[in-house]
Design a binder for this molecule. Structure first.
Ligand SMILES: Nc1nc2c(ncn2[C@@H]2O[C@H](COP(=O)(O)OP(=O)(O)OP(=O)(O)O)[C@@H](O)[C@H]2O)c(=O)[nH]1
Ligand SMILES: [Mg+2]
Length: 320
């Protein structure tokens, strides 16, 4: 008998170990994930997902820690996922996260977890939304997702979140990097952290200048730029206020629904692609693909026709 229903029940009852085991199932792309997703579905769809992203060391974990404190004070149940997109091993940054977030270690209203997607066929794009669902299903009404890294991983976080915070810090040429990495497009709120350091004003002006250059129609969201000293808990209330304001904007124009549908589409697509990849991979050890390959190598079949035959030979009911 599957152990998953009992784990879901325990996680919903607030058992952190059950929650941890469910997220491990997600990380490992366990064959029970379809069952898990079906059990969680009735309890999902309402949590607010907030992404935090930015270059290594800008203060994402410190800010997350302070946001958790403030959100707990408001009475929310909060989940935190620190996603490590690249490292095949759990890196120092993630261990650091554990240390810094220990403030909340005894609070049962907070669940903090580092996650790697290395075992998941669909990668980060497929694994992270499932982990968010687990946290949501377990009763978190807010989920914060911290991503270490730059570029693609950040874009993936943004597509997952209702509101994406992009953190910058002075003196790292960050503003220019942000533009290069396409971060300007994904940020709903900019935070210039480490505002106690030299150069914070310049970073602030740079990013303001770049936002001013962007074209925005009436009713479109203009990302605010905030200053914070997360290490001292300064500026956290402003960040929360900006998140609230963005949330109201999302709700007023139907954008929340649009984002969530786009997120669901990406999620479904990632699962389907992973299943497809697995099916095609499994054909390598069978006879169909080698036979087609032989024909293509001989010149008796062109590769498009061969690929068409390969796809046609797959029977494609949804499966894990
Ligand atoms: N001076 C100053 N230092 C800060 C501030 N916020 C965080 N730090 C320090 O900056 C360092 C990195 O902070 P983290 O919160 O771990 O940064 P991060 O973005 O999560 O780092 P990674 O997860 O490794 O990418 C730590 O030593 C923090 O104490 C701040 O506002 N001012
Ligand atoms: Mg961190």
């Amino acid at each position: 008998m599957s152990r998953i229903p009992a784990l879901v029940e325990a996680a919903r009852g607030g058992d952190p170990r059950a929650l941890a085991r469910l997220i491990t199932l997600v990380e490992n792309d366990d064959e029970g994930l379809p069952e898990l997703a079906a059990l969680l579905a009735p309890h999902t769809g309402t949590a607010q997902v907030i992404g935090l992203t930015g270059s290594p060391g800008v203060g994402k974990s410190t800010t997350t820690n302070e946001l958790v404190r403030a959100l707990r004070a408001r009475g929310h149940r909060v989940g935190v996922l620190a996603v490590d997109p690249s490292s095949p091993f759990t890196g120092g940054a993630i261990l650091g996260d554990r240390v810094r977030m220990q403030d909340h270690a005894t609070d049962t209203g907070v669940y903090i977890r580092s996650m790697s997607a290395r075992g998941h066929l669909g990668g980060l794009a497929a694994a992270t939304p499932q982990a968010v669902r687990v946290l949501e299903g377990a009763g978190c009404d807010l989920v914060l997702v911290e991503t270490v890294g730059v570029g693609q991983a950040e874009v993936e976080v943004a597509s997952l979140a209702d509101t994406t915070l992009v953190l910058l810090a002075p003196g790292m040429g960050d503003a220019i990097q942000a533009v290069k990495a396409g971060i300007l497009e994904i940020a709903d709120v900019f935070v210039v952290n480490k505002a106690d350091r030299d150069g914070a004003d310049a970073t602030y002006r740079d990013i303001q200048g770049m936002i001013a250059l962007g074209e925005r129609g009436p009713g479109q969201w203009r990302p605010p730029v905030l200053r914070a000293v997360a290490a001292k808990g300064e500026g956290i209330d402003d960040i929360l206020a900006a998140i609230d304001k963005h949330r109201s904007w999302l709700e007023s124009g139907g954008e929340l629904r649009r984002r969530r549908e786009a997120r669901a589409a990406a999620e479904v697509e990632a699962i389907a692609l992973a299943a497809l990849r697995e099916r095609i991979g499994s054909l390598r050890s069978g006879t169909a693909l080698p036979a087609l390959a032989c024909a293509v190598a001989d010149g008796s079949l062109d590769p498009y026709a061969a690929a068409g035959q390969l796809l046609a030979s797959l029977q494609l009911p949804a499966s894990n």
